[in-house]
Design a protein around this ligand. Sequence first.
Ligand code: PLP
Length: 493
Amino acid sequence: MLYRSTRVQENMVRASEAIIRGIASDGGLYVPEQFPKIDKSFDELSKMSYQEIAFYVLKKYFDDFSDEELKDCIYKAYDDKFETPEIAPLSYNAGVYFLELYHGKTLAFKDMALSILPHLLKTAAKKLNINKEIVILTATSGDTGKAALEGFADVEGTKIIVFYPKDGVSEIQKKQMTTQEGNNTFVVGIEGNFDDAQTGVKEIFNDSEFNKLLNEKGYLFSSANSINIGRLVPQIVYYVYTYAVLWGEKKIKNGESINIAVPTGNFGNILAAFYAKLMGVPIGKLICASNENKVLADFINTGIYDRRRDFFVTNSPSMDILISSNLERFLYEISGRDNKLITMLMEQLSKEGWYEINEEMKKKLECLYADFATEDETLSAVKKVQEDSHYLIDTHTAVAYEVYEKYKKSTGDETVTVIASTASPFKFAGSMNKALNFSDNTVSDFDIIDDMSKKYDIQIPKSIQSLKNKEIRHKVTCKKDEMKELIKKFLMM
Ligand SMILES: *Cc1c(COP(=O)(O)O)cnc(C)c1O
């Protein structure tokens, strides 16, 4: 299996190299040369554990890893760090399945891929005889940062630098990151939003002079963002797994398709579902749910991507994004892999802030349905599901639930649907309280968590029980044009 860039055609590399590099040198994203097909029956797959399905899927994409290397990565990642043995349990409530992707250490779906990425990276570096120290550079809207820090802290031969929007994350998210231990971790709040952080990181990746300097000093950059194929492929696993579980439990009939609804920001999670569909998992509609930063919903409904609009800080902050990186990989597929066209569109986006796709591509948007949820609708959805089923969903998942309801109303489609449940309600306790009004505490999310646990009789996840009194270790903030200088300082260059 080879990987090519979405922009320049010649750039073909093996999986290990694509994982190490993170992003292609032409600024494009690595995509598999062709999509491997599911060649086991779902009867067979339904008898396999999460880890076994992970091996089955990952082996197809990372075929330059030996069986032993891959299994080692998988069993180190998906172990009792996860609070449920199924890793990603399915729960049926209010007429729909919730695929709970938040039982890892940092309470968001980012753990599904970021608990394995450090192992993949380390193995890839060994295979390629890289003796440089790998510097993981990551922009986060709140969840990736902590999950990456957790994965890379004290991993030999690596350093990790995380940039998060200083005023754009929840209290819990901020505390999770700023208390991070590990001698190789650096966390910076930037005066700007996620897009500023992500654009800054991408520019640094593509700054050839800076990269040369780094190389001379013995460093090599890589990324823990979903632009890294080593992060995207592990996300395909849970969609294959979900279909296998539904099959095994006879919730779906022979060959019947399911719909998947995903609360979307950077388009990584929903792209993984699209890749699963291309591999042959019977998936019908992909329901793309936006919050009030609805640039994606508008794009899917009009074919025009236009980021020139106001940016809102919402109750689903991990989706507060106006430049969805992974959309580039989707456009690449629906354009018939037209790298010149993709290069042009991406250049126009970066220079002018918008682009429009051609009619042929617009037709291919049909596999998606998209809409958005307002702030009020999001909070009402949390409340509705709680009252209906005594089941708590976080505000990101609620965005997807609301858009799924809109989909059902407008199409009448009753297909079995799975909603990607992307965060634990405890992680966004302040917003949960706005929806459900169970606590008089208004000062700190940490007090709200206690009230939430008592009121709904659910246990506070271990990883945040101890967070409240942890020492803050990272206090650095910077302006968006100071990122490079800070990196130099951290690396003592
Ligand atoms: C990152 C994140 C999202 C958005 O996922 P993308 O892959 O960026 O589309 C949604 N919900 C939560 C809780 C997240 O952390």
